[in-house]
Design a protein. Structure first.
Length: 164
């Protein structure tokens, strides 16, 4: 049997009683804690949002930025394919006034069909059209753009779920 001297037992009991007395304001409402005697602390521990019973999270995804990044990736892919096929071009970039499209002008009209086939095979869900002036446009249809936006939103939600 373990033996503790009386002074050790008394010291442990005094420390426990003091701990309970100093923790008492946390178990009371704010008004009740203020009415405690002056020798007891009146401050309560501030709980974080998770311990107070919840928090509010607002998720915002910039879908236009997602589409723009995808268009930039399409530009890089078109540039790589045209260079690999040694097709000279100019004015490769996002088309002004077109929300989901890029355009490129092929310098040599004889290589227009070859460039058209290369760019058409570049990515599914893209409408490729060519004009008489050597200009090829690649426009993402609404369905593909909506799918890209939904995918970005779902990925963002999944990331937040993992972090929480």
């Amino acid at each position: 049997m373990i033996y503790f001297s009386r002074w050790k037992i008394s010291l442990i009991l005094v420390i426990c009683v003091l701990g309970l007395a100093f923790a008492a304001p946390n178990f009371l409402a704010s008004r009740s804690a203020e009415s405690l005697p002056d020798w007891l602390p009146h401050k309560q521990v501030n709980l974080g949002l998770d311990l107070q019973g919840g928090s509010h999270l607002l998720l915002s995804v910039e879908t236009d930025a997602v589409i723009r990044e995808h268009l930039e990736a399409m530009i890089d892919g078109a540039r790589a394919e045209l260079r690999k096929a040694r097709i000279r071009y100019r004015e490769l970039g996002i088309m002004a006034g077109e929300e989901y499209g890029i355009g490129v002008t092929i310098n040599n009209p004889e290589q227009l069909d070859q460039a058209f086939d290369l760019l058409k095979a570049l990515e599914p869900g893209i409408i490729v059209d060519s004009g008489n002036d050597g200009r090829i446009t690649m426009v993402m249809d609404e369905q593909t753009a909506t799918l890209r936006k939904r995918t970005a939103i779902q990925q963002s939600i999944e990331i937040v779920r993992r972090r929480i």
